[in-house]
Design a protein around this ligand. Structure first.
Ligand code: GRF
Length: 218
């Protein structure tokens, strides 16, 4: 049984496409039922439609309050029987009420190893902090932005001369692998949000590690 998934976007939609492509596999446990963008000029809308996924615009500027916008989004999700929601570059903060009603049923991807560098400009934050390793995180959405229980992370090296753009590009490639994997865990029930964190049935790398700089060439 495939779980019905809605994806919320505001822009480019490359993570959305990674999820749509992963969901084409016959045994993938999720079906992408709907894409919603809060911006009519989001390039991801055309990509979704070209991939034969229903895509609609719910412009937040048409609503007087955050709650009213969230209700419209919720109504659209419910019309499509959506059970799980993936935020993929969705640049709106949800009302506490919405985030609470959907607790444990919404995922987000953020391009840093949370809890480091939440919020805006995570790549710039990582470069300013001088870290040698950054990465990306998929977490359950809670009312506090970028703070929900972590489902999965991937580490990516930061290299000398990196700019926010070059680091973002390196991390984005990995996001496209991490998000479909994390959605698979959530849709199949291998990960569940619990009161304190997550319960996770998965295998772990216990011997692998990422050195940065790389000692084998030093
Ligand atoms: C990604 O880096 C994602 O982690 C962040 O916003 C960006 C969205 O990119 N939340 P895209 O629209 O998926 O290409």
């Amino acid at each position: 049984m495939k779980r019905r998934v809605g994806i919320l976007i505001s822009g480019r939609g490359s993570n959305m496409m990674a999820l749509i492509e992963a969901a084409r596999a016959p045994h993938y446990p999720a079906h992408i039922a709907l894409v919603i963008s809060n911006r009519s000029d989001a390039p991801g809308l055309a990509l979704a439609r070209a991939a034969h996924v229903a895509a609609l615009v719910i412009d937040h500027r048409d609503f007087a309050t955050r709650e009213a916008f969230d209700h419209a989004v919720e109504a659209a999700l419910e019309r499509e029987g959506v059970e799980l929601v993936c935020h993929a570059g969705f640049m709106r903060i949800q009302s506490d009420a919405f985030a609470t009603r959907w607790l444990g049923r919404q995922l987000n991807i953020h391009p840093s190893l949370l809890p480091s560098f939440p919020g805006l400009n995570p790549h710039k934050q990582a470069l300013e902090a001088g870290v040698c390793i950054s990465g990306c995180t998929v977490h359950f959405v809670t009312p506090a932005v970028d703070c929900g229980p972590i489902v999965a992370q991937a580490a990516v090296p930061v290299v000398p001369g990196d700019t926010p753009g070059s680091l973002a590009a390196r991390i984005l490639k990995v996001e496209h692998r991490l998000y479909p994997f994390a959605l698979k865990l959530a849709a199949s029930g291998q990960v569940r949000m619990e009161e304190k964190g997550v319960s996770l049935m998965a295998s772990f790398n216990q011997s692998d590690c990422l050195f940065s700089p790389n000692p084998s060439t030093a």
